[in-house]
Design a protein around this ligand. Sequence first.
Ligand code: FES
Length: 136
Amino acid sequence: MSGASQSIAYLRVEHGEGKSLLVAPIGSTLRDVLLANGVSPYTRATERLNCGGRGLCATCGVRFGSDNDRSEESGSSDDGEDDESEAPSPEHWHDSLAARFGYPRLSCQIEVEGDMHLEIPEKIVWGSRRPDSDER
Ligand code: FES
């Protein structure tokens, strides 16, 4: 439901604590929107140990709806709900590599251009998102 004259976008975000619907100004940085709404793309460790949005550390990764649907080899989903979930084209070199090789996209390098459906994936390299997790 995004249009050229639209000034805000709706972001459906799935994360470890559930789902959130966020409102974001068009042109804002996805990472900034997530943090401003208390939906951090980081783990507890990378919340402090990150590159500050410079596109270097890759700890701010998110996946878009279309990334999550790749397991369906047969093609289209017929629910008609996820037409806004197409991943935005990468602009930054590091985000381009992430997109090319199927890694989570760098939210600090993605500008909100319209409605999005995304997921904050479970992250284990820099510590679990769950404080009670004892599994290794
Ligand atoms: S915050 Fe470091 S790559 Fe996004």
